[in-house]
Write a protein that binds this ligand. Structure first.
Ligand SMILES: Cc1ncc(C[n+]2csc(CCOP(=O)(O)OP(=O)(O)O)c2C)c(N)n1
Ligand SMILES: [Mg+2]
Length: 579
């Protein structure tokens, strides 16, 4: 058996865990590991410009491919810079393994140079963490870390590696475990058959049903089952921000996103529904508005792999713990085998009602939002144009703010894993590095970053990584010259007192900036030139392009939940209209 050092074992174990790309940034405590990387060719290290970006890139890779993202950072500032990325992944249940260098074990607790308690700092934002104490344990810990990150409800796992564990002078035998077994961790996959039977009975008896599907459907690769079930029943489907794409956005049965900036028809239909099938969704506050007023008439069926998600904010009437794909499959079988059929009369009345709502205030049927003309570009129209130019097939990575909500509302994602955004943490700076990870996972795909002039500046240094690694992502900046989402709240709740959301002419010339990094910059100030310039942008297949698009600075995102104490159906529809 080959004898290897801890550093070599770590990289070999990553290879055996299936790692293709390792996003990272070197430093003292990780030097033995970096030397091990240099001496092999299986695991490709991708150097970024800031550790936060390494984690977001691994995250984008994971979200778009379904594989586990992998990150390597050094101790101290390297580790703390990774924290925002880890929290982002944790909030959205993204499978990821983060290796952090650590000072040698004899120095831990001494306030040694670049020592920080990574286990302690990351504890509330990881699914699990390990501190490696002996080189003999590395392979098993890596295997466990990947298993934990990707099974059950996925999440980030930190592996903290003191420098002495990777000492090149200590060599031991390497063996990657064939199977991982953790006695205290055995996630349920199959749902309880009795509960599924009860749920099916409720579903088939519904008169005003709604299917409310979240990111868990995408994580569980259950989009196909969800779509099949929805089609079998002809029930309306709404998606959370994280669930977009798990049911085709352009399908007639899709009533749009729900929640704070969801459609009028989705939010109103949820409010009046009598049976709600919640799948891989967690009833978070951006969906429910005031939880005590959430869907007052509904019997709630909730499928989730994580038992702690069930009845966390809203009590479930029929909880089903299990993997979305397995549970939905069993539901479909039971429905197909049942003599009872959906109540067609009630259902057609329900659809008629929903269509009436859709026609009255719908985002896609009413032309009340986003009407550009001449030099005025409405942000909504930029997203519609992006959809047109990319034929609805691009991976769209977003930052956080108004532009994110416009992208979620208007791109109409038809496929799972196409929409990549920080939903739970809402991390500005996520978009560009995430897009780098997406492009690595899908080397021939169109990858767009929908961003704002605020968010893009939070990880703009990654334009340099795009140059080095030839990542031709397309940056679509909805430049409203303000921290627009904050401005919207200040308009709505603080009498338009604009406290620190404007830049007073300090915005950089993004075109020159893009060019300084070796990229192409395109400025757009009029709607009449938007289509041709966007086509030009996407025609440059091998170039990173920065489109700086000046949009209406006065625009707000609507609909918007009325707060505080509103129900789901209480919405602002424009600056002056309320439901
Ligand atoms: C790291 C971080 N800091 C602060 C916020 C709060 N925040 C949410 S949206 C927003 C404004 C974003 O501005 P921009 O990127 O220009 O997008 P816009 O809303 O104008 O489209 C801010 C400051 C955040 N989400 N993330
Ligand atoms: Mg802005």
């Amino acid at each position: 058996m080959e004898l290897m050092s801890g550093g070599d074992i770590l990289i070999r174990a990553l290879r055996d865990a299936g790692v293709e790309y390792l996003w990272g940034y070197p430093g003292g405590a990780a030097l033995h590991i970096y030397d091990a990387i240099f001496r092999q060719e299986d695991v490709h290290h991708v150097l970024v410009r800031h550790e936060q970006a390494a984690v977001h890139a691994a995250d984008g890779y994971a979200r778009s491919s379904g594989k586990v993202g992998a990150v390597l950072v050094t101790s101290g500032p390297g580790a703390t810079n990774a924290i925002t990325g880890i929290a982002t992944a944790y909030m959205d249940s993204i499978p990821m393994v983060i290796i952090s260098g650590q000072v040698t074990q004899d120095k831990i607790g001494d306030d040694a140079f670049q020592e920080t308690d990574m286990m302690g700092i990351s504890r509330p934002i990881v699914k699990h963490s390990f501190m490696v104490k002996r080189p003999e344990d590395i392979a098993e810990i890596v295997a466990k870390a990947f298993y934990i990150a990707s099974s059950g409800r996925p999440g980030p796992v930190v592996v903290d590696v003191p420098k002495d564990v990777t000492d090149p002078n200590v060599k031991i035998a390497y063996k990657y475990p064939e199977k991982v077994k953790i006695r205290s961790y055995q996630p349920t996959t199959k749902g309880h058959s009795g509960q599924i039977k009860r749920a099916v009975k409720q579903l088939l008896g519904a008169k005003k049903p709604m299917i409310y599907a979240g990111g868990g459907v995408i994580m569980a690769e259950a989009s196909e089952q969800l779509t099949r079930l929805a089609k079998l029943l002809n029930y309306p489907v709404t998606n959370t921000l994280m669930g977009l794409g798990c049911f085709p956005g352009s399908d007639r049965q899709f009533v749009g996103m729900l929640g704070m900036h969801g459609t009028f028809e989705a939010n109103t239909a949820m409010h009046y529904a009598d049976v709600i099938l919640a799948v891989g969704a967690r009833f978070d506050d951006r969906v429910t508005n005031t939880p005590s007023k959430f869907c007052p008439e509904a019997t709630i069926i909730h499928i989730d792999i994580d038992p702690t998600s069930i009845s966390k904010t809203v009590p479930a009437d029929i909880p089903i713990v299990g993997s979305c794909d397995a549970v939905l499959e069993e539901m479909i079988e039971q429905i197909e085998g049942s003599d009872k059929k959906p109540d067609h009369k009630a259902l057609s009345a329900w659809w008629q009602q929903i269509d009436e709502w859709r026609n009255r205030h719908g985002l896609y049927t009413a032309s009340r939002y986003g009407e550009s003309s001449g030099s005025l570009i409405k942000p909504q129209d930029v997203i519609k144009m992006l959809h047109k130019v990319t034929d609805g097939k691009a991976y769209v990575c977003s930052d956080v703010g108004q532009h994110q909500m416009f992208a979620a509302q208007y791109y109409l994602f038809d496929k799972p894993r196409q929409w990549i955004n920080s939903g739970g943490l809402g991390t500005m700076g996520f978009g560009l590095p995430a897009a780098m990870g997406v492009r690595m996972a899908h080397p021939n795909a169109d990858v767009a970053v929908v961003t704002g002039e605020g968010s893009i500046q939070m990880c703009i240094q990654e334009l340099s990584s795009c140059t080095q690694h030839q990542l031709p992502v397309k940056i679509i900046t909805l430049n409203n010259q303000a921290l627009g989402m904050v401005k919207q709240w200040q308009d709505m709740q603080y009498g338009s007192r604009y406290s620190h959301i404007l830049y007073e002419d300090s915005l950089p010339d993004f075109i020159k900036l893009a060019e300084a990094y070796g990229h192409v910059g395109i400025k757009v100030t009029g709607f009449d030139e938007l289509e041709s310039k966007m086509r030009e942008c996407f025609a440059m297949k091998d170039r990173t392009v920065f489109m700086d698009i000046y949009v209406d600075p006065g625009e707000h995102v609507y609909p918007m939940h009325v707060a505080p104490n509103g129900s789901m159906k209480d919405l602002w529809l424009s600056k002056t209209e309320r439901t």
